[in-house]
Design a protein around this ligand. Sequence first.
Ligand code: PGA
Length: 243
Amino acid sequence: MAERKPLVAGNWKMNGLRADGLALARAVAERARQPHRCDLLVCPPATLLIAVGEVLAGSGVGLGGQDCHPEPKGAFTGDISAEMLRDAGCSHAIVGHSERRHACGETDADVRAKTLAAWRAGLVAIVCVGETRAEREAGRATALVAGQLAGSLPDGADAGKLIVAYEPVWAIGTGLTPTLADIAEIHAVIRTRIPADTRILYGGSVNPKNAGEILALGGVDGALVGGASLKAEDFWAIAQACG
Ligand code: PGA
């Protein structure tokens, strides 16, 4: 089986003014000096990317954006291109997060275009997929995720360009998580659709208490962490649960 080093990625979302964002980055960088068995990545708000990148320099902790526009530049007020993320020091970009799919109406085609943009700029795309509560209750979770992958993933993916994050919409920020069997089932569905060495993260209410059992699942190659990534101690505890 292909060797896949776990990744624990923090999605700070729209949180962090300069002072607390930089303090958080310093605290993560400090902990990352200790031995750990996973790759680490933080995705701060765009306003903090450059400053956080400076704090993280030499720590081994990667920097990612939370979204990117499909075009490299142009008249797109308020948007940020993948090239700009790269220029700000990013190695990764989250695309298709459910908060963008649902609140901003992003379609699979949009997510696919953003994934291609990330690749064009030399970034690893972290493509998010996941069902709503209603879709799960209707027994449509696997079909929904398979459909999102079919629509969102361009051809030509490999481990150096793509990470998939399974994030059930109803588990994000709610404290609810699927059963371990349900997580394993969806990860297995995703696994058949991407190259063997490509990582699949679980995201949705991961915390220091549940991280151990989720990360121990064979098909789970790490976590995309929202709320718990805003406390260095919790983020680090999740990282320590790897392996
Ligand atoms: P959460 O968010 O950990 O706060 O549930 C996860 C995410 O949205 O990536």
